[in-house]
Ligand binder design. Structure first.
Ligand code: ADP
Ligand code: MG
Length: 749
């Protein structure tokens, strides 16, 4: 009987190989049907015509109308990828780039990475044959460094422009210039008297438009670049004005009525209110999935756990509720689960961050729960401190969220705050460029040859104070010269690394301190979610496990210990095993040691990529072995901007900003409380917590980072004056804090 069974399976496999599986066939039909039913399908021809006619087109359409998934396919079919050109679509969020690319690959019936692919930082699935490329807006900015004309693209679609991320805003300004420059080179080639890619000529011809980086770039002719700006916000005026009166087309959406419910009173605990609402809907309302907007991974995981606990207490038969989380750090296979329909009889409850607001559309939603909060970046240019804080949504966000309930039929939205509060919300969210640290984008703009940052054609200008603060930070890091030009080699090298400028600088310094191996590990581990896995129910066990790795010198050394231990384990135990097997036993090791295996794998990936970059740059990759002193000194030299001193009451004062902060309980130095430390991260909840901390010697600061002296005097001597006259003459005060070269540096910019 066994033989027979085996045989029949073989036959079955053979059948599958020779004939398309019935399921996949009907899935294809379903997809084709779904595509035809989207609002955008009826205007395909018109959209293609408009893109042909207009070099810049703004497309505004309700979320879910098919902009992101369909337009690139329309353009591909209309021949916009001739001669090997690519259509690039930028997304503000990684999750959207990944999930949409997968969906579109499926719709096209191709393997991901062939015609359709995505590229995000540290993960590139594209190949030479990719013609529809989804990517993050930040990634396209990086590409511009290597290919200033963005020559491989025939069309660039800036999607979700209404989100106004800092990268989108910078990209818009840059694309404007690239487009002008490309049409010049093209026309120049047509009337051959022009000397093509000579940038100086472009400058003259084009007024301020052309960018000096084009001066250095290779000759050749580039066909004009088409730009499409897509937005879910109904107001296209801002974009149209910015692009000199560009044409805007509106796609008629399909929106069913959504009933909005408010609470009677303000909810003291919105997570608890969320849970109650989920179960109320589950038990009392008709079929349909629920979408819940939470602020981040921690909230999502805690609500997920609470749902599971409460479900067990429900009578049998009413337990058919399936929770599916979706957030950026989730592995992409798991992200895709949000799109799969729930098993028959089950109701799906999707716990999402605001990625589900407009970036991705999940089918089947009838109920939306909106506690009314979002996690947002916030920046204090005077203190130079960036933090993530939880703030109320804007009205526009609240409307987008409720709209998700009415995509396929009438729906309901439960806003977990009183109606009167809605009126108090801001109309729309402030663009990110007005509330973030600009060091990173300024470094990139400088690398692109845009020297006059204040004069750059931003859609909305960041404040002078925050530009000055970021220039100052870059100057302190050695990325800028006294003339405010990108320094060579440090600034140039920093711009090439796909990392926060502080981390890039740390790698460069580490090569001088002979501990680049250690710094690579550190930067990789600091770039992922926490490496330690501390489940609530096994808290003590996890803590004990962590002690095996912990170093009395601090968190950075602890991270290195974990990484080295995993390396050692892999070397010893997985020799000769194939990749799958070794990954499996590494996962087991992680579990036993309360290490988050996903974070570790991700970190190992990032490690090998950054290692590749620094090798290419020719930095000296050495290890300091077991003597961690040079490494700690290098940490001090790298992160001196985040040095802090202990206060008598056990809190710390950050030297640069004068802020009072506390060591986060997860730090290995939480108890020890050394005199002087450096830290990497400030998290603002009820307290101002610092994380990822290492003990240093105070004297190292003046020895290794003489620039830090300026900050020290700044924070103590000038602090009172600073507070006194801050709003009026903060610029002057800033200058007073710095020595002569800094003063002249600032006065010139
Ligand atoms: P827009 O960009 O206009 O908001 P999209 O192109 O993202 O619209 O989505 C169009 C449709 O495709 C939506 O109805 C959505 O439900 C569906 N869709 C998008 N991604 C997926 C996916 N991964 N799985 C199933 N359906 C999807
Ligand atoms: Mg979209």
């Amino acid at each position: 009987a066994q033989g027979g069974l085996r045989k029949s399976t073989e036959n079955h496999n053979q059948l599958n190989r020779n004939f398309p599986n019935h399921d996949s066939f009907s899935r294809k039909q379903k997809i084709a049907q779904h595509r035809k039913s989207l609002p955008i399908a009826s205007v395909e021809k018109r959209l293609v015509d408009e893109v042909r006619k207009n070099d810049i087109l703004i497309i505004v359409g309700e979320t879910g109308s098919g902009k992101t998934t369909q337009l690139p396919q329309f353009l591909f079919n209309a021949g916009f990828c001739r001669e090997g050109k690519t259509i690039g679509i930028t997304q503000p969020r990684r999750v959207a780039a990944v999930t949409v690319a997968k969906r579109v690959a499926e719709e096209c019936g191709v393997q991901l990475g062939q015609r359709v692919g995505y590229s995000i930082r540290f993960e590139d699935t594209t190949s030479g044959s990719t013609r529809i490329k989804y990517m993050t807006d930040g990634l396209l900015l990086r590409e511009a460094l290597l290919d200033p004309y963005l020559s491989r693209y025939s069309v660039i679609i800036v999607d979700e422009a209404h989100e106004r991320t800092v990268h989108t805003d910078v990209l818009l300004g840059l694309l404007k210039d690239v487009q002008k420059a490309r049409s010049k080179t093209f026309n120049g080639h047509l009337n051959s008297e022009s000397k093509t890619t000579d940038g100086t000529m472009l400058d003259k011809d084009n007024g301020a438009a052309a960018i000096s980086f084009l001066k250095q770039s290779q000759g050749g002719k580039f066909p004009p670049l088409k730009l499409v700006i897509m937005s879910a916000s109904l107001d296209a005026r801002g974009f149209s004005e910015y692009f000199g009166g560009a044409k805007a087309v509106h796609i008629q959406g399909r929106q069913f009525p959504v009933d909005i419910f408010y609470t009677h009173h303000a909810e003291p605990d919105y997570l608890d209110a969320t849970l109650i609402t989920i179960f109320q809907i589950h038990l009392e309302e008709g079929p349909g999935d629920i979408l819940v907007f939470l602020t981040g991974q921690e909230e999502i995981e805690s609500v997920e756990r609470l749902i599971k606990e409460r479900l067990q207490r429900l009578p049998e038969g009413s337990q058919k509720l399936l929770t599916v989380p979706i957030f950026s750090a989730l592995p992409s296979e798991k992200q895709m689960r949000a799109f799969a329909p729930a098993p028959t009889g089950f109701r799906k409850v999707i716990l999402a961050t605001n990625i589900a607001e407009t970036s991705i559309t999940i089918p089947g939603i009838r109920y939306v729960i909106d506690p009314g909060f979002v996690k947002a970046r916030s920046y204090d240019p005077l203190k130079g401190m960036e933090s993530l804080i939880i703030v109320p949504t804007s009205k526009a966000q609240a409307l987008q969220r409720s709209g998700r309930a009415g995509r396929e039929g009438p729906g309901k939205c439960f806003r977990l705050y009183p109606e009167g509060e809605f009126e108090k919300l801001e109309d729309s969210t402030k663009p990110e460029i007005k509330r973030c640290n600009l060091s990173n984008v300024i470094l990139q703009l400088k690398a692109l040859g845009v020297d006059d940052i204040l004069g750059f054609d931003f859609m909305e200008k960041p404040s002078r104070a925050s530009i000055v603060k970021s220039l100052e930070q870059l100057y302190l890091l050695g990325a800028l010269t006294d003339e405010c030009k990108l320094s060579n080699p440090v600034g140039q090298q920093m711009a090439r690394l796909p990392l926060d400028p502080v981390y890039s600088k740390a790698l460069i310094l580490a090569s001088q301190f002979n501990c680049l191996e250690e710094m690579l590990i550190t930067v990789a581990l600091l770039s992922v979610e926490s490496i330690f896995y501390t489940p609530r129910e096994k808290f003590e066990e996890a803590r004990t496990a962590m002690k095996c790795f912990s170093s009395p010198e601090g968190d950075h050394l602890t991270l290195i210990n974990v990484y080295r231990a995993s390396d050692e384990f892999l070397e010893k135990r997985t020799m000769g095993l194939n990749k799958e097997k070794s990954e499996k036993i590494l996962r087991k090791w992680c579990k036993e040691n309360f290490i988050n295996s996903r974070s570790l794998r991700h970190a190992r990936d990032i490690h090998s990529q950054i290692r590749g970059h620094v090798e290419q740059m020719g930095l000296c990759i050495a290890s300091c072995g077991d003597d961690m002193l040079p490494f700690r000194r290098c940490l001090a030299a790298s992160f001196f901007i985040n040095a802090a001193l202990k206060q008598p009451e056990g809190t710390y004062r950050a030297l640069a900003s004068g802020q009072v902060v506390q060591i986060h309980p997860s730090s290995v130095l939480f108890q020890a409380k050394p005199e002087c430390i450096i830290f990497n991260e400030l998290v603002q909840t009820n307290h101002k917590y610092i994380r990822n901390i290492t003990r240093i010697d105070y004297l190292w600061l003046s020895e290794l980072a003489p620039q830090s002296n300026l900050m020290v005097t700044g924070s103590f001597v000038w602090q009172w004056l600073f507070n006194l006259v801050q709003p009026l003459v903060s610029g002057c005060c800033l200058m007073a804090m710095y020595n002569d070269s800094m003063r002249s540096f600032l006065s010139r910019h």
